[in-house]
Write a protein that binds this ligand. Structure first.
Ligand code: UDX
Ligand code: ADP
Length: 483
């Protein structure tokens, strides 16, 4: 029986291994993590992450060929194939701070593998890492053990949260990069054999190691660039009276461009896009490619501009001050169908409003109160450290309350900001909400999900990203403020 061990039971490791176990009943899959609470949750009825369809897959396999354990060394030493899916936070100090990824967790995982291995291993990079990490890992492994052969593969994961199970069951492609030596190719084939249980042959692409590593960064950069492009257009639409949804629709009909990923929003979030682009920028700079670095950096700058612009709209519309006003925040997760808040635009928007002394009443169907409070008090990039970090600015959350539904959040509020496109927000009783709000009542839709016309008929003043402006807002141009 082939044994697979995955180091890191997070958003990538957990669902990916669950699907491998489901599709390969003859492979024994164990997911290990240093976090006892995470592993306990994976072994309980309350999984540590919310992902549609995940519960069913885990229930089918757990205890049969899928196990979750904190005994990292035992399972690593017994495995034939080791996936590494640990954190790669952006460095906050030292060389490359604010851009380069911190590879401490990767390095310690590699050293641990070298210490405990007594048989040949295939080590698979699953978490996104900078190009040439495989080479560094290979060195750590070979310099720290003798008589054991290690083959390093890069097998980046392309799943998106909220649709992870579907993405894993039916991937556009599986990418496997390996050394172009006979042993390297044998390892590639071994991993290919795992995926061939359910992925058609023509969707499994094999490349060299560096191409696989770079492809992951490139794919995320291209996707994020599309969003920044449409968000940049949304600003121009507001200035000119065009409608960004109509523009996206017309542009997306070109089969060379395609219709997906063209929804204007308050900004992209998630653990990958910003981190991977910063990583790409850093690699370009290290290679002396200043213009290329600047090009990709602009994708992040436009994203920051979009969040900033949204806050400015809110404040300038409400007589240039939100001080002491109650603002309802609907949605905190970085997208619908996930409880994940990593790099969610809601953090920056809430901070901007708190900076203007607003009182926030936040509701999200999947994000817990302590997570929101932690997010609002943490420094940039601190979220990606497995060691529990103390929040640095607890004063920030004194003006925040977390509530159990949208009606409570909006009661007596002056304005509403919709920051996640949860389906339940589309069917809210806005007449009831309007009746219970202070007047004039504002809605700022950061996800373009409300029926603007209907809400205006009720009496709301509505701002919807990239849509023709409410007459009220036309007189209050959003000025870009310093951050
Ligand atoms: C992304 C990639 O899609 C995935 O392939 C990779 O493996 C990890 O990073 P994820 O971050 O989980 O996945 O979600 P994604 O659906 O890509 O959304 C990212 C952000 O972009 C979200 O905040 C989302 O709301 C935003 N977005 C997406 C838009 O603002 N507009 C769009 O049209 C699409
Ligand atoms: P991703 O979204 O890439 O899956 P997560 O942060 O959700 O990232 O998961 C990474 C996991 O890796 C965390 O649960 C963390 O505790 C775990 N981890 C980090 N370093 C190690 C290590 N050396 N050994 C085992 N687990 C680790």
């Amino acid at each position: 029986m082939v044994k697979i061990c995955c180091i890191g039971a997070g958003y990538v490791g957990g669902p990916t291994m669950a699907v491998i176990a489901l599709k390969c009943p003859k492979i024994l899959v164990t997911v290990v993590d240093i976090s006892i609470s995470r592993i306990t949750a994976w072994n309980s009825d309350q999984l540590p992450i919310y992902e549609p369809g995940l519960d069913e897959v885990v229930k089918q396999c757990r205890g049969k060929n899928l196990f979750f354990s904190t005994d990292v060394e035992k399972h690593v030493s017994e495995a034939d194939i080791i996936f590494v899916s640990v954190n790669t936070p952006t460095k906050t100090r030292g060389l490359g701070a604010g851009k380069a990824p911190e590879l401490t967790y990767w390095e310690s995982a590699a050293r641990m593998i070298a210490n405990v291995s007594t048989s040949n291993k295939i080590v698979v990079e699953k978490s996104t890492v900078p190009v040439k990490t495989a080479e560094a890992v290979e060195r750590i492994l070979t310099f720290n053990s003798s008589n054991i052969s290690y083959q390093i593969l890069s097998n980046p994961e392309f799943l998106a949260e909220g649709t992870a199970i579907q993405d894993l069951l039916n991937p556009d492609r599986v990418l496997i990069g390996g050394r172009e030596t006979p042993d390297g190719q044998k390892a590639v084939q071994a991993l290919k054999d795992v995926y061939s249980h359910w992925v058609p042959e023509d969707r499994i692409i094999t490349t060299n190691l560096w191409s696989a590593e770079l492809s992951k960064l490139a794919a995320n950069a291209f996707l994020a660039q599309r969003i920044s492009s449409v968000n940049a257009m949304s600003a121009l639409c507001e200035a000119t009276g065009a409608n960004v949804s109509q523009v996206s629709n017309a542009v997306g009909k070109d089969t060379r461009i395609g219709p997906k990923f063209l929804n204007a929003s308050v900004g992209f979030g998630g653990s990958c896009f910003q981190k991977d682009i910063l990583n790409l920028v850093y690699i370009c700079e290290c290679n002396g490619l200043t213009e290329v670095a600047k090009y990709w950096e602009q994708v992040i700058k436009v994203n920051d501009y979009q969040k900033n612009r949204f806050v400015n709209r809110v404040v300038s519309s409400m007589f240039n001050t939100v001080s002491g006003k109650k603002i309802a925040i609907l949605g905190f997760a970085f997208k619908k169908d996930t409880g994940d808040t990593r790099e969610t635009p809601a953090i920056d928007v809430c901070r901007g409003l708190l900076g203007d002394k607003a009182w926030l009443s936040i509701y999200d169907p999947q994000v817990a109160e302590d997570q929101i409070k932690k997010d609002l008090s943490m420094n940039k990039f601190d979220w990606d450290h497995p060691v529990h970090l103390q929040p640095s600015n607890t004063a920030a959350v004194n003006q925040v309350s977390i509530v159990g539904d949208a009606y409570e959040a909006t009661k007596d509020a002056h304005g509403i900001c919709i920051l996640t496109e949860w389906d339940e927000f589309k069917t809210l009783d806005f007449q009831k909400i309007f009746d219970n709000m202070k007047k004039p009542a504002f809605v700022f839709d950061g996800r373009n999900i409300v029926n603007v016309k209907k809400l205006r008929e009720i009496g709301f003043i509505v701002y919807s990203i990239g849509k023709p402006l409410d007459p009220w807002l036309k007189d209050t141009p959003a000025v870009t403020r310093d951050k």
